[in-house]
Design a protein around this ligand. Structure first.
Ligand code: NAG
Ligand code: NAG
Ligand code: NAG
Ligand code: NAG
Length: 407
């Protein structure tokens, strides 16, 4: 479908690019898909030097490059959703991004790893919050519950450059900020359903800046109200542009490169085959000193002794603790604690809000969102409601915007 209205056309492409983050062209757990080209080595991109052919710009994305700040992901109008993804995949690995998240209520900066079968590992920043960053993960696109997000205190989360790392192995996922571990998720953690929903298939790296809450209409629509609340309320575009800067990215593939293929439909890491030949870079057996236990550090300056924090959880909100952590109340409901993987003082597993009116998001999203969602889902052979991932809300928001525009 093509529109003669240029604004609508831009929105269509914005919708497609956000869909591309959330939906998969081909889900290998449902059918046979093309192999994933593996990186098989360590790649560093210095965006202060300009554009890089190692990255693919999503449709509708225009990037500029700043000689000191790096790639500029700019949101100036409601249809902007600049997004790039790595051309190649990693099969376990370590990714570090040195970046400055975008300011602005309603804005969300994302740095995620995502696979063809919708395993996902996230860092996300809310533009209205300068004191925390969110870590999250999804297994096989399962959004039955939203109890996996953790908000980590970090000074100047959106007004200063930090290095955010995801170290991903078969044993654990370790999130760290400026070299300090803040969260460890073990493969067998109950939150990962004992491994069944642990991210474990070849991942692309995706980075983007997007609007989590477009306007008052999105805030009052039951399908997007929860996301709007999470994003801090509607964006005020008159205060833009809202820029996220990525200075550099280092991607280390622990796998052997070549092609990564799913040898069956299980989506298990054991089913992934590599055609690469490992040389000195074969780190696929390393466990990165992973502990068997999951943990959340109570302080951004904690050492990386994973598993050392106590199981103490605090029910209080927005209170500084002796260890300097700040609890972040981010959803309409009170933050929840989970004994199995919550950690030390002052950090709480928080619930990312499901869209208000749980279960009706795909059914009630009016206009293009619902159609587009259903269309994409049908095209990939997924059940319509199955593929809601962490960025799905942007699809809904953009789709609603498109709906209004077309109307
Ligand atoms: C999805 O997650 C829910 C709750 O975490 C779990 O009960 C369910 O079995 C999961 N579904 C699949 C297909 O893994
Ligand atoms: C890579 O190393 C692991 C662990 O040492 C080993 O099991 C695996 O066979 C190696 N892969 C290749 C392709 O050499
Ligand atoms: C949150 O906690 C406060 C007090 O701890 C309580 O009064 C309030 O009802 C709770 N809100 C929700 C949504 O559970
Ligand atoms: C939590 O705080 C108490 C009191 O300050 C301290 O004894 C304990 O070691 C802390 N636990 C963690 C995991 O930081």
């Amino acid at each position: 479908m093509r529109s003669t209205y240029s604004a609508a056309a831009v929105l269509v492409s914005a919708l497609q690019l956000v869909s591309a983050q959330t939906f998969t062209d081909c889900n290998p757990t449902a059918k046979t898909c093309p192999a994933d080209p593996g990186l098989g080595t360590t790649l560093t991109t210095d965006f202060t030097q300009g554009k890089s052919s190692d990255w693919t710009l999503a449709d509708g994305t225009t990037m500029s490059y700043d000689g000191s700040k790096g790639a500029v992901f700019s949101i100036a109008v409601g249809t902007d959703a600049p997004t790039i993804s790595s051309a190649k995949y990693i099969m376990f690995g370590k990714v570090s991004v040195t970046m400055e998240a975008a300011p602005g209520v309603g804005i969300v900066s994302s740095f995620i790893l995502e696979s063809d079968d919708l395993d996902e590992i996230d860092w996300e920043w809310l533009g209205g919050t300068d004191t925390s960053v969110e870590s999250n993960f999804f297994g096989k696109g399962n959004t039955t519950t939203y109890n996996r997000a953790v908000y980590h205190p970090v000074a100047q989360a959106i007004s200063a450059v930090h290095t955010y790392t995801i170290d991903w192995t078969a044993q654990s996922i370790i999130w760290s900020i400026d070299g300090n571990t803040v969260r460890t998720l073990a493969y067998a953690d109950p939150l990962a359903l004992g491994g069944a929903n642990y991210p474990q298939t070849p991942m692309k790296i995706k980075m983007g800046n997007w609007i989590g809450c477009l306007d008052a209409a999105a805030a009052s629509n039951p399908a997007t109200a929860g996301t709007c609340s999470w994003a801090g309320g509607p964006i005020d575009l008159t205060k833009g542009p809202f820029d996220m800067y990525v200075k550099s990215v280092t991607i280390q593939d622990y796998g052997c490169g070549g092609d990564y293929t799913y040898s069956d439909t299980s989506g298990s890491y054991q089913s992934i085959k590599s055609s690469g030949t490992c040389g000195s870079n074969n780190n696929s057996g390393s466990s990165s000193s992973a502990s068997a236990a999951s943990s959340v550090s109570s302080s951004a300056t904690a050492s990386s002794s994973a598993g050392s924090s106590s199981a103490t959880t605090s029910a209080s909100k927005s209170a500084s603790t002796s260890s300097g952590a700040v609890l972040v109340q981010t959803s309409a409901s009170n933050a929840t604690t989970t004994g199995s993987s919550s950690g030390g003082n002052g950090t709480t597993l928080a619930t990312t809000p499901t869209p208000t009116g749980t279960g009706s998001a795909s059914g009630t999203a009016s206009g293009a969102a619902a159609k587009s969602t259903a269309g994409s889902s049908a095209a990939t052979g997924l059940k319509p409601k199955h593929s809601y991932g962490v960025l799905d809300f942007a699809v809904i928001a953009l789709g609603l915007g498109l709906g209004y525009l077309v109307m």
